[in-house]
Design a protein around this ligand. Sequence first.
Ligand SMILES: NC(=O)c1ccc[n+]([C@@H]2O[C@H](COP(=O)([O-])OP(=O)(O)OC[C@H]3O[C@@H](n4cnc5c(N)ncnc54)[C@H](OP(=O)(O)O)[C@@H]3O)[C@@H](O)[C@H]2O)c1
Length: 166
Amino acid sequence: MDRHRVIGGPDGGIPWHLPDDVAHFRAAAEGRYLLLGRRTFEEMQGWFTHQTPLVLTRQEDYRVPGGGRVSDVAEALARAAAAGQNLLLVAGGATVFAATIAMADRMLLTLVDTDVSEGLSSAQSDALPRFPDPAAFGDWRETSRIERPEDDRHVFARTFLELKRS
Ligand SMILES: NC(=O)c1ccc[n+]([C@@H]2O[C@H](COP(=O)([O-])OP(=O)(O)OC[C@H]3O[C@@H](n4cnc5c(N)ncnc54)[C@H](OP(=O)(O)O)[C@@H]3O)[C@@H](O)[C@H]2O)c1
């Protein structure tokens, strides 16, 4: 997320390319069941190799190669548990983060030192997808923090945080 919790650009997609953040996400997702909104899933087509995507959608005939469609979060949790998974990794987008943060017990956040809204009108800015404010959903304790400055491959500084519900 950016400085104002924005996670996507005005035309969809992730508004930065940060190789270490991609690697961080890949490592967290390896072998996991992932819960994704249908829009995020469609943006990530071809990405899933060692993960099982569970896609939240209201379209009853939606097909998810290598995974499955789910109608709600409870169904996703039940499917992950039935497969012997001890966690379900919520991978966005904004609607899915909003629907699940109240029941999350751990968060992996990358804070990206940029402002996606810069140069946009306030209506455009308001329409951007955002991560919810964690403080509105309980008390969290920081269990890990790694700060990385900008460099040749990363145009923005990043802070990798791990939070646990306290
Ligand atoms: N920076 C990051 O880490 C990150 C991570 C993920 C995504 N993103 C960005 O976030 C943006 C997409 O987020 P978004 O919020 O627009 O879309 P989204 O959450 O990916 O997908 C929304 C879709 O999910 C389905 N859905 C959501 N809630 C549902 C519910 N309660 N029951 C059934 N279906 C439900 C609906 O699908 P149907 O319309 O098919 O019914 C809805 O249209 C993109 O810009 C993406 O790049 C960023």
